[in-house]
Design a binder for this molecule. Structure first.
Ligand code: BJ8
Length: 425
């Protein structure tokens, strides 16, 4: 990394020594897990570049945008509507939370039995190692699971610019009305932050920009239905992870470019794994950068991940927003309609998720489902049991995994996944 980047990180208040350690670990993990894969599509070169510059060029771009008067908003959840952010001339970035950091300090503020994702969000702040977090003019926390909503009460004191969005827990008319009023409140807060009012024109353009990004990911997902699969689960997960912080137009173009290449691969019957390799659907908690543990295990024991029922995956990206409205109100309604369909396990009851998992298992012709639950994540761990029961009724094998971000259980997980994959053959 150049000296310019070091002064940029210093100006953001990062702890340069700790940040060096993080980049070193991240770089090594990427090298070992990603760059050792065989037969990768050439288009993944773009994502390799993005990852090599994840704290460099992209941060510089954000800071240049800020210097030109644009605001940056950070988010931890797919319920934060990018359409509203873009329409008010701001940029939305996902705050990853996919690695342990500063655990000792984190556990002074949070109980040890808090899920790794929440702990990670605190760790990146306390360790002063996340340039996205430090670039953000507003950080949005959402009242989803109990862990997050209680943690935000302490997080507020750490970051100083936390905006808390309330969210419904029930898919009722009242729940939808709450989402609508919270999205209106959010729109007003973003307008105050940027000084730019959301207009019908800007909202329509923003909806189309985000729809294009989602449509590109849908195209990528549908190509994974082929056998042999033209792209690994690891690479497809990376594209889904980069979705959250890349420039939207550039991301859309890069994903579509990969899709052109994958279509050709499918035509030529070229796969990353041989035909009839056991096909896995991973369902459950989001896997944020650099949490590549499970796909790394699955794809080194002779199976391939063909889809993710996850917020970093199809739960987060499915469904486009209707862009035919003419007024801000009509388009806000369309945004609410689209997001209200997100079937996060914080909703009760949550039958849509079960149906979605069944549909995905059929669409992607999977041989088995791995339910991925983070330790201490009650919504997903509790829901894993009915998911497993429902799948078993349809003779779809399911393996329930409960893990965290440490590498201590890799050997044990590998043994379990290997036995599961053996059973699918
Ligand atoms: S819409 S899944 S991104 S809340 S893993 S913090 S649920 S204890 S992340 Fe999520 Fe939004 Fe839902 Fe999606 Fe809590 Fe579970 Fe931790 Fe979780």
């Amino acid at each position: 990394m150049s000296d310019n980047y070091r002064s940029m990180w210093a100006s953001l208040g990062l702890d340069l020594e700790a940040h060096d350690v993080l980049l070193d670990v991240l770089g090594k993990a990427y090298q070992d897990i990603y760059l050792t894969q065989k037969k990768r599509p050439e288009g993944m070169g773009y994502f390799d570049f993005v990852m090599s510059e994840v704290h460099g060029l992209r941060i510089k771009e954000l800071l240049d945008e800020k210097a030109a008067g644009r605001k940056v908003i950070g988010s931890y959840c797919v319920f934060v509507p990018e359409e509203i952010v873009l329409a008010a001339n701001a940029t939305l970035v996902g705050l990853c939370s996919g690695a342990d950091f500063a655990t000792e300090d984190v556990e002074k503020l949070l109980p040890r039995n808090t899920c790794a994702l929440i702990k990670s969000s605190f760790g990146f702040k306390l360790g002063k190692v996340c340039p996205y977090l430090e670039s953000a003019d507003m950080i949005v926390g959402e009242n989803t699971c109990d862990g997050k909503k209680k943690a935000y009460e302490s997080f507020k004191d750490l970051v100083g610019n936390l905006y808390v969005m309330d969210l419904p827990q029930v898919k009722s008319e009242m729940g939808k009305a709450l989402l609508r009023s919270e999205y209106n409140r959010f729109k007003a807060a973003v307008e105050v932050l940027t000084g730019v009012p959301v207009t019908a024109d800007s909202l329509k353009t923003a909806i189309r920009t985000v729809n294009a990004k989602r449509a590109a990911i849908h195209r990528l997902s549908s190509l994974r239905k082929a056998d042999p699969v033209p792209i690994s689960g690891l690479d497809a997960l990376l594209a889904n992870q980069v979705f959250f912080y890349d420039n939207p137009a550039r991301f859309t173009e890069s994903v579509n470019k990969i899709c052109d290449e994958l279509e050709k691969r499918i035509h030529d019957k070229l796969g990353v794994f041989p035909e009839k390799t056991p096909r896995i659907l991973v369902s459950g908690c989001p896997q944020a950068v650099p949490n590549w543990k499970l796909p790394m295990i699955v794809e080194t024991v002779g199976a391939v991940i063909v889809a993710e029922e996850s917020c970093v995956g199809e739960r987060g990206t499915r469904n486009l927003t209707d862009d035919t409205g003419e007024t801000v109100d009509e388009m806000m309604d369309a945004i609410v309609d689209r997001y209200f369909q997100v079937d996060c396990a914080i909703f009760t009851p949550n039958p849509d998720r079960l149906n979605h998992i069944r549909d995905m298992a059929a669409d992607y012709k999977v041989d088995g489902v791995i339910h991925y639950g983070l330790q201490f994540c009650q919504p997903y761990l509790v829901e894993a049991i009915p998911v497993e029961t429902a799948l078993e009724k349809e003779n779809i094998p399911c393996l329930r995994i409960e893990t965290d971000y440490s590498m201590e259980d890799v050997g044990q997980l590998k043994t379990r996944v290997e036995a599961f994959v053996e059973q699918l053959r």
